[in-house]
Design a protein around this ligand. Structure first.
Ligand SMILES: [Zn+2]
Length: 283
């Protein structure tokens, strides 16, 4: 597919489809795709009903180039049609292209938000979808509900030619990553960065700088990345959360996250910078 196609978000679907649409249809947070040994593709059809599936809810997401995109919630009893499969989003990374992966992440969050907000959290009456904005409204008390994001910070801490990596108890064996955690009510992002590093490894940091961000639909986070420099303290582990932490040089890294994540982008950025400083790349 063309990676340069731009996605333009929308809420009101087009009157008629001039092109086939892309269908991001989910069952239990897994995406329906055509799947065989050599390729995985997202269905692109005039109408998903052609596949004789039981559709519980359908949400227009916007256009990718000329193609309308829809998020769909399938009935719980749905079985994949022949030649198709339900795959978790993490497994799809690198298989359906960056554009489609990002739209799939958006789609699953809209579907899950709609499912989790059938009824008003204030008065218990049914909620209905607004037609002109991405919101649900209570028929009875008027409460408005928008898709929720849970912001989380992620930070690479440098100390000279080393970076801080830590292992949480729940990580796969041997894997280390940079420090991350959820932003708490009332915090700025910078406060959250400093607090998480202090809580998890007992270090104080400075020069907290924005790096980049990444939607993280597992289930509804936005990861906001930072770099920072070590200021003081000894590594002291938060036993409840962190199993091990230490300083690592670019040429002696443990197992680190795959390139699906902003944590990997942060680590790659640090490694590239070290190469530059050490002169490896100087021609
Ligand atoms: Zn209500």
């Amino acid at each position: 597919m063309n990676q340069k196609e731009t996605f333009i978000a929308g809420v009101v679907p087009p009157q008629e489809h001039l092109e086939a649409a892309l269908w991001f249809a989910f069952h239990d947070s897994k995406l329906l795709v055509y799947s065989n040994a050599s390729s995985v593709t997202v269905p692109c059809l005039p109408d998903l009903k052609q596949l004789s599936l039981e559709i519980k809810a359908q949400h227009y997401l916007g256009q990718l180039g000329a193609r309308p995109c829809y998020a769909v919630e399938l009935d719980e009893d749905t079985l994949p049609p022949p030649g198709m499969a339900f795959l978790g989003l993490r497994r799809l990374y690198g298989q359906i292209g960056e554009n489609l992966f990002q739209i799939a992440g958006r789609a699953v969050q809209i579907v899950e938000w709609d499912r989790a907000n059938r009824f008003c959290s204030r008065c218990g009456n049914p909620m209905h979808l607004r037609s002109t904005e991405r919101a649900k409204e209570c028929d009875h008390c008027g409460l408005l509900n928008f898709p929720r994001l849970s912001p989380a910070i992620i930070v690479l801490v440098e100390r000279g030619s080393e970076l801080l990596l830590a292992r949480a108890h729940h990580f796969p064996p041997g894997l280390y990553s940079v420090i991350a955690g959820f932003v708490e009510p009332g915090e700025t992002l910078e406060t959250a960065v400093a607090r998480e590093v202090q809580e998890e490894v007992g270090l104080s940091i400075g020069k907290i700088r924005y790096f980049g961000s990444q939607p993280w639909p597992f289930p509804d986070s936005l990861m906001i990345g930072f770099t920072a420099t070590y200021q003081g303290g000894q590594i002291t582990l938060d036993d409840g959360e962190i199993e091990d932490a230490g300083w690592f040089s670019a040429d002696n890294l443990p197992t680190i996250p795959s390139n699906i994540s902003i944590s990997r982008r942060l680590i790659d950025w640090f490694v590239e910078k070290q190469k530059h400083y050490s002169g490896d790349e100087v021609k």
